[in-house]
Design a protein around this ligand. Structure first.
Ligand code: FES
Length: 270
């Protein structure tokens, strides 16, 4: 899913996290050597890196929070992972702020507890970084996917089902669009057989199907490859076991209207 906080199409959060990681590691190394060798300049470098790392962490948190709530699909395993990642980052920041406060000055020699706390902070940031890597490399948060004939994913919000979701001319064959109606996320895709709409939420671990590949009437989840028939929601291939919700689609003068599955069921029953 494309980042919501990017610069020239590059997500900002991964750029900024290099600051606290590098500075806090540097601070710990400077402190260790400076303390062992009684070198005031190294101790000063350690303190300065420590404070600069805290500032960098605060800056990196801003695009991180924007992406956590704007790009990571809600109700997904990635959202839980992102919350833990963010929580560990906050803990690490608090730990390093405590270390800075305990030292209280540029040339103050860190005591054993400060060094131990710095080490705990580094371990915390290491675990958090591992989770951050999973968010990018496994869940593809911040990845801007492109498929044949499908330009950048279009995302649109509509007030309710009475409003058109899009115009049919906005979708080329194989292209997907994400429509948000309140809390509901619906993917619309165009295939040779027509236009189809289905829940954006993969029933395996909540992967964003609008970010997957639509080939014919089959959509493939980008996270673990489950495949669904977009006409019915039926599972074609796992690991997903449960079908996805399929929405009805009505075309009125080229405008695409969504029909909620519950309404579709009532119509079929009538
Ligand atoms: S989230 Fe695992 S296959 Fe979709």
């Amino acid at each position: 899913m494309r980042s919501k906080a990017s610069f020239a199409a590059h997500p900002i959060h991964p750029m900024l996290v290099a600051l606290p990681i590098g500075l806090w590691i540097g601070s710990f190394v400077f402190d260790l050597i400076g303390t062992a060798k009684s070198a005031p300049l190294l101790i000063a470098a350690g303190f300065s890196s420590l404070v600069a790392g805290c500032v960098g962490a605060a800056l990196a948190a801003i695009p991180g929070v924007i992406d956590l709530f704007g790009a990571v699909p809600p109700k997904s395993s990635a959202r839980q992972r992102g919350l833990i990642h963010g929580g560990l980052n906050v803990i690490a920041l608090i730990v390093f702020v405590i270390v800075a406060a305990r030292r209280g000055g540029t040339f103050a020699v860190p005591d054993g507890l400060s060094l131990a706390l710095s080490f705990v902070g580094l371990c915390t940031i290491g675990v958090s970084g591992w989770l951050g890597g999973s968010l990018v490399f496994n869940n593809q948060i911040g990845v801007d996917r492109r498929y044949a004939n499908s330009t950048t994913l279009k995302i649109r919000e509509i007030a309710d089902f009475a409003h058109p979701a899009c115009h049919q001319s906005e979708l080329s064959d194989g292209q997907l669009m994400l429509i948000m109606i309140g809390d509901e996320r619906v993917a619309i895709g165009r295939a040779a057989a027509g236009i189809f709409a289905f829940a954006d939420l993969c029933t395996h671990r909540g992967g964003p199907l609008c970010d997957g590949a639509l080939v014919g009437t089959t959509v493939q989840c980008p996270w673990h490859g489950s495949q669904f028939d977009v006409r019915t929601g039926r599972v074609i291939a796992g690991p997903a076991q449960e079908p996805i919700k399929a929405y009805g689609v009505e075309l009125r003068n080229g405008a695409v209207y969504l029909v909620h599955p519950a309404v579709e069921d009532l119509r079929r029953a009538a």
